[in-house]
Design a protein around this ligand. Structure first.
Ligand code: SF4
Length: 111
């Protein structure tokens, strides 16, 4: 389930006391259209269109990598971050965990 707020704003776009420097360069800093988080009960076709619009903003964002790594590290459960939807981030995290376990496997066999 996505955010229950209607056209919720990206939290990271709002200055916070412990704001990381990359936030200040975010292309979505003034997400007036509410592209990055789903309104409640958003139809699938509308969600897909909104996410594609958000990804186009991300594609020209100077802090895409920093944002993506932040969202993966948290992990951020909702919204488009770093050009990836929540489902896409889950896939990336699953692949990373699998790859890390494969890297550790020889050590377990040897040990
Ligand atoms: S990569 Fe996308 S979500 Fe992240 S700060 Fe930039 S525009 Fe916002």
């Amino acid at each position: 389930m996505e955010s229950s707020a209607t056209a919720a704003r990206r939290p990271a776009a709002q200055p916070e006391p412990d704001d990381n420097p990359w936030h200040t360069s975010a292309a979505c800093r003034s997400d007036e259209a509410g592209l990055f988080f789903a309104p409640s009960k958003e139809p699938t076709a509308a969600r897909l269109a909104r996410e594609e619009q958000a990804k186009r903003v991300c594609a020209r964002c100077p802090v895409l990598i920093e944002c993506r790594e932040h969202a993966l590290a948290q992990p951020e459960p909702y919204g488009v971050w770093g050009g990836l939807t929540a489902a896409e981030r889950r896939v990336v995290l699953t692949r990373r965990r699998r790859r890390e376990s494969e890297i550790r496997l020889p050590a377990r066999i040897a040990g």
